[in-house]
Design a protein around this ligand. Sequence first.
Ligand SMILES: Nc1ncnc2c1ncn2[C@@H]1O[C@H](COP(=O)(O)OP(=O)(O)OP(=O)(O)O)[C@@H](O)[C@H]1O
Length: 338
Amino acid sequence: MQPHFLEIKSLAKRFPTKDGELTVFEDVSFGLERGEFVCIIGHSGCGKSTILNVLAGLDAPSDGEVLMAGKEVRGPALERGIVFQNYSLFPWLSALNNVIFGVAARWPGWSKTRVREHSLRYLHMVGLKDGAEQRKPSQLSGGMRQRVAIARAFAIEPKLLLLDEPFGALDALTRGTIQDELLKICAETHQTVFMITHDVDEAILLADRILLMTNGPQARIAESVRVSIDRPRERGSIVHDPGYYPIRTHLVDFLVSRSHELSGSANSGAPGSGHQGPPRIVDPAQAARGASNAKDKASSNAIAQATSHTAGHSTSNANSATGYRAAESGSLLRAVNL
Ligand SMILES: Nc1ncnc2c1ncn2[C@@H]1O[C@H](COP(=O)(O)OP(=O)(O)OP(=O)(O)O)[C@@H](O)[C@H]1O
């Protein structure tokens, strides 16, 4: 089997505390393909940022390993870009110089003009122009600052982009606009992205897959949920896709109940509780389409049956109706069993 572009193998993180060792998460294994956009969702404190920091090379795991393109991640590198919630810009540099700083470090052989043009291209891509490029972070709004951080991360063209709740501090309107910009840039650049979010609607809009993390301690990634909704996606119309609500309901149900039921601490000492190993792959949109197709098929079978009864045997209307219900419920039961 072809290895994943990013391989996370049996990762665990433990911290010493005054009450003994705290296992934040363990047995975390998953992969990311090149060009994939993967979100991770889980309750506060389950260890999402710790996983992201390990992927970035900013933190070391207690167990397990991370391989990117077959090479072990052992420390931070420019081939991995990071955007945090709090922007992390250099306050004394203009928006443009914040981006230039990263670009010049990434390509030290480039001329000043080339570095500047490249940086400006990415600032324009996130909608920063008309003089905003020359302003310092303190002269920019929160949304504009986050745009600079995103432009800076994309401009170094990292092999992997790590986003830690990048829109968490923004108002809903700004958040929506920057989500649209992110969708557009990802479609243009085919960037591989791993993103933490608490917002299920944001995850469905942006991601190809959503990893669901159980509650800590001893958290793990229980499910990998496919977002089988066609691209390009638009914020205004995605809710009308028939796959949208099945996915959303699945995510909300996980957060409300299963994140606790499947958690390591809830299952500790219960051998065979079924929570070990790689995440279960789930496709709620596809499952819903399957059930709906089975229902449609049952309806048309029943109509065909009823028509032939009526034509051939002059069956009463009451009998036709009974035949319809039986055929429909039989097929639906089969669909549920599948
Ligand atoms: N240096 C440390 N020493 C002890 N415990 C730590 C340390 N760093 C993190 N933790 C604990 O690890 C757990 C996971 O933290 P982390 O920030 O990764 O969670 P998270 O899922 O990203 O949370 P949130 O969604 O609130 O940002 C928390 O319980 C936290 O208290």
